[in-house]
Design a protein around this ligand. Sequence first.
Ligand code: ATP
Ligand code: MG
Length: 340
Amino acid sequence: MISVRNLEKVYGSGSTAVHAIKNANFEIEKGEIFGVIGFSGAGKSSLIRCINLLERPTSGEVIVNGTDLTKLSTDELRKARRKIGMIFQHFNLLSSATVFDNVAAPLKLNKAPKEVIRKKVSELLEVVGLSNRAQAYPSQLSGGQKQRVAIARALANDPEILLCDEATSALDPQTTESILDLLLDINKQYNLTIMLITHEMHVVKKICDRVAVMEEGQIVEMGSVLDIFSSPKTATTRNFIRNIFDDQLPEGFLERMQHVPGSRIVRLTFIGESTGHPVLAELTEKYHLKPNILFGHITQIKDTTFGYLVISLTGEAAVLDAALKYVNERGVRAEVIHHV
Ligand SMILES: Nc1ncnc2c1ncn2[C@@H]1O[C@H](COP(=O)(O)OP(=O)(O)OP(=O)(O)O)[C@@H](O)[C@H]1O
Ligand SMILES: [Mg+2]
């Protein structure tokens, strides 16, 4: 659906040039929700704005449905952009127009007949749950309602792609949840491809299928959200995940552990069905070990249950090796994160 190749974006030139995107390469499949996460200034907005050419790439290709958008004439680009909706952190609504007229604006631009506009706007307001606010002005709406209007407007031309730049960053946690639920709904209902930019890992965790992690203009890590959560490769990714699960061992704990030779601290990672395995009981029954639970966390990553437990085990090395091998074979990943 979207294919980005060797994309570079440099703002300005000479000594003040800012290299905002460095050799980005990725594909987004039809119907996928693809997240891009990174700290402020990482280049996320630059990247998403290059997808619909709001920002023209310095070099590289942006191929949407087989067409390289960078090669199109102004007129062709305008047409191609109708199939790419976009929403922003600050909603960007017309303050002097009603909810109805905001949603109708893209249709009016295309000179759609009045009756078609009326029907389409009503349908979209129904989808975003604002049918009874059609005549309200943006100043009379809450932040979440404004974003719903912006989503309805972005869907007016039946886009195939929706770009979301920090669409929930100005909203409180509860409203964020409801907007993310709405994005999930329209993704399913219209098989809409969604690319979303965020600096919040819980947004990625809740709705994305895959995610790219950006740092200083570069994509430093990319993969399925489950893979990124279960085995993050870079410090930046680990930092983002830590906002959700804090798995740092207290200093004092490791100190005390030095006095228990033969002990290991093990992280058990459970994904999907493996969350149902009674591995701790098996460690006790089969290997006569006494696992001590230090901490754990279980959560939902989109449609899959994901959890981990950090335990300490003490025993003979050969027994511990065999026990951990057994656990791994049962589909629960066991990693020794510290041993004495
Ligand atoms: N129009 C511009 N002209 C010059 N430099 C720019 C422009 N837009 C962005 N930059 C620079 O490019 C870099 C990436 O900015 P960008 O807005 O893409 O980051 P971001 O990841 O979206 O950050 P944030 O999370 O704060 O929105 C920054 O160093 C920024 O100062
Ligand atoms: Mg930004």
